[in-house]
Ligand binder design. Structure first.
Ligand code: ADP
Ligand code: MG
Length: 697
């Protein structure tokens, strides 16, 4: 899509459907535009010669505008957009509702709108949008009650109502914006386009957003990771539905809901995810106004013991750490601070601290190389002038060029000081944990901006063999495959134990005799998803027991489901579980993000433990490796309690190879390798289960 600068900075705006009619959207937009807009406003309405004194034209083609805002009823809105396109107007905001959000007629209308936009290559916002704002030129092309104040954050929202609420509040708080966009139904321009545009506009320092969904997940990841090399993105994503879990037959499918996909996708995109509106603005404001920290060590300066402890706890919950001061710093503290205080972090300058002592302590702390950022934490006392302290804090923050958050606790008494702080980009919080959270976001973004994104490794694989195995489901009622598809893993270089599927006890014995030691025997049937649940897996079977084991497996399967389609019995080499760890590597296809990889602690209790982590495929080596570090049981893989560590490199490679397989074959809807037994040397996939969509082959 590229350049959206004209959308936000038009010379002339045509309002298609402009009117003076009381209470109408057409009136509100004209009034809002007339308020501050630097450019010209052209009402379009064949019924009027003028609207609020502005000369009106009958048709948008006569407007000579470079942005058309469309508010006419739905049945003529698409025509209005077409006329705008024909007249060479590249930018269109469709306020009109009654499209995709209202059933099949609306959906057809939206489809038509999308086609018209494609035909004329329009930058189209909406439909069903509150409109857009851009403060550098005072443009308020919305029908909301509140205009944004100027600032360096740009804000997009899938809810128009939320925008009006945020602006009302932000104007009170002194929080400003560069652009504001109500995304509406996102028929053409979506979150990726705005992230892209704001990353390049030179005026947006932070992108913030409220999203209900991201339609094209991969596009978003790829766009956002470019932008977040320089410009932070903070998003609230609502809606934790589990659509993905419906009708899943794999463990991965059951565990991987859409929220896991968003969690993984946003993380891979370098987006900072806020869990609430408060977190959104706490972190965004800090990112918009303060420098990034050199280090993640925080100094806390306080005149109150209790809150000092609270904030230390909050640091413990964050990714920050408490700074340990240099010897010189400690010496200076001892000189300047009373003996009953604490010169170690959190620095307690004691309740009788005056402004000079506070200033000295903050100055000394910020000068220390071991300090990356500071929190000024204070409770009101008779000897302390809050406004003076605010001014000192602002001055020292600038002098040392390190981020500082403020926690001047109190109510009415704090307000003038809080205003001084806020005006200089230092948000003041009552609650120390919010201040720590906001500083944490800065440290987070520092890491994100320094990330390098590697390309996924391309392994040499046997794609044709894999395709043949997948094609075996064609023409079958059942599109699930089990251990009969082990060859699929082999074709992609994933280690599997020696084994074969047989359909008689005699053949079973033949195979078993060719394998050293005992074997594992498993029932093979598309109707039996979880083999051990029905006693369908026998471990450590000796040659002499093979016949009985075979008959027993078949009987169990028949008892479980008399008409089960039994392919036979798999006879497999034993893997040494005692020295290994059972892990799971799986994939489930998410409607928005595509193939979602899962890694976790495996075996038959995987759904009970749910110790798992996710990434959107394809993944790089580094992303695959991170997965092995992220699960709670990661220490188990790295050799807990005197056990040998397992082969992490091999797990990492298996994840990458599976990533390549599911990226190569969109026909694979879900897949589990459970367990992948990770051993001190290598890893073995002993079980596989997948569902295939034959139409995609
Ligand atoms: P299912 O998941 O359908 O119950 P699996 O093939 O995963 O069937 O077997 C269940 C469990 O049996 C595994 O989690 C593992 O503990 C054990 N097992 C299966 N195959 C082997 C093998 N080749 N060597 C050692 N243990 C095995
Ligand atoms: Mg299994």
């Amino acid at each position: 899509m590229g350049d959206l600068s004209e959308l936000f900075a038009p010379r002339r705006v045509a309002v298609v459907g402009a009117t003076e009619r009381e209470g109408s959207v057409g009136r509100a937009i004209v009034e809002n535009l007339m308020e501050d807009f630097d450019g010209e406003v052209v009402p379009v309405n064949p019924k009027y010669d003028e609207v609020f004194g502005l000369p009106a034209v009958a048709d948008v083609s006569e407007s000579d505008a470079d942005l058309a805002v469309v508010v006419v009823p739905p049945h003529i809105a698409v025509d209005a957009v077409r006329q705008a396109g024909e007249a060479g107007i590249q930018n269109v905001v469709v306020i009109t509702a009654g499209f995709g959000e209202t059933g099949s007629d609306g959906a057809a209308r939206e489809q038509e709108l999308t086609e018209v936009a494609a035909e004329y290559d329009l930058n189209l916002v909406g439909p069903n949008s509150l409109g857009i704002m851009s403060t550098p030129n005072g443009m308020n092309a919305t029908f909301g009650p509140e205009n944004a104040s100027p600032g360096n954050m740009s804000f997009m929202s899938q809810s128009g109502a939320f925008i009006t609420a945020v602006l009302d509040w932000a104007n009170d708080e002194g929080i400003g914006f560069k652009d504001v966009v109500s995304l509406g139904n996102k028929a053409v321009l979506d979150e990726s386009d705005f992230v892209d545009a704001w990353g390049a506009d030179g005026e947006t320092d932070v992108v913030i957003g409220y999203l209900e969904g991201i339609e094209e997940g991969r596009k978003f990841i790829d766009t956002a990771r470019e932008v977040t090399q320089d410009t932070p993105i903070v998003l609230v994503k609502s809606g934790r539905t589990d659509a993905g879990a419906q009708a899943a037959s794999s463990h991965t499918g059951t565990i991987a809901g859409s929220d896991q996909a968003y969690e993984a996708g946003l993380e891979q995109a370098g987006v900072i995810r806020a869990e609430s509106v408060q977190e959104l603005f706490d972190s965004a404001q800090m990112l918009a106004n303060q420098p990034l920290p050199e280090g993640e060590e925080i100094a806390i300066i306080t005149n109150a013991g209790g809150p000092g402890v609270m904030s230390t706890d909050a640091v413990g919950d964050s990714s920050l750490s408490m700074a340990s001061f240099s010897d010189e710093t400690l010496e200076e503290f001892s000189e300047k601070l009373p003996a009953e205080g604490n010169i170690y972090n959190p620095v307690d300058i004691v309740g009788d601290a005056d402004n000079d002592r506070f200033r000295d302590a903050l100055d000394i702390a910020l000068a220390d190389e071991n300090v990356g950022m500071a929190l000024v934490l204070t409770c009101p006392t008779a000897v302390l002038d809050y406004e003076q302290l605010a001014e000192d804090t602002v001055e020292l923050r600038e002098e040392h060029d390190k981020p500082v958050a403020a926690c001047f606790m109190g109510g009415e008494r704090v307000k003038p000081a809080a205003t001084i702080l806020q005006d200089s980009g230092i948000p003041n919080y009552f609650d120390p944990s919010r201040a720590v959270f906001a500083l944490d976001a800065l440290a987070d973004f520092k890491d994100i901006s320094q990330r390098t994104y590697d390309e996924p490794t391309e392994f040499d694989v046997d794609r044709e063999r894999a395709r043949e195995i997948l094609e075996s489901v064609k023409g079958r009622d059942d599109t699930r495959l089990g251990v009969e598809a082990m060859g699929l893993l082999d074709a992609y270089g994933i280690e599997t134990p020696q084994g074969e599927i047989v359909d008689s006890p005699a053949d079973a014995l033949d195979v078993a005799e060719n394998i050293d030691g005992g074997v594992v025997m498993k029932i093979v049937s598309p109707d039996i998803l979880h083999k051990s649940d029905i006693g369908g897996v026998k471990v450590g079977v000796e040659d002499g027991e093979v016949y009985d084991a075979y008959e027993d497996l078949i009987t169990r399967a028949r008892n479980y489901q008399p008409d089960a389609n039994i392919i036979g019995v798999q006879v497999q080499e034993m893997v040494d579980l005692d020295s290994g760890v059972e892990t799971i590597v799986g994939m489930n296809r998410d409607p928005q993000f595509g193939p979602l990889l899962m890694f976790g602690l495996g075996g038959i209790f995987v759904e009970v433990m749910e110790d798992t982590t996710f990434r959107v495929a394809p993944v790089s080596e580094n992303e695959a490796f991170e997965m092995t570090e992220e699960i709670d049981s990661a220490p188990l893989l790295r050799g807990a309690r005197g056990r040998d560590p397992v082969d992490i490199d091999e797990i990492t490679e298996t994840i990458q190879r599976l990533s390549q397989l599911v990226t190569d074959f969109p026909a694979i809807l879900e897949l589990d390798i459970n367990p992948l037994v990770a051993l001190p040397d290598g890893a073995q996939a002993v079980d596989v289960r997948l569902t295939v969509d034959p139409d995609e082959l």
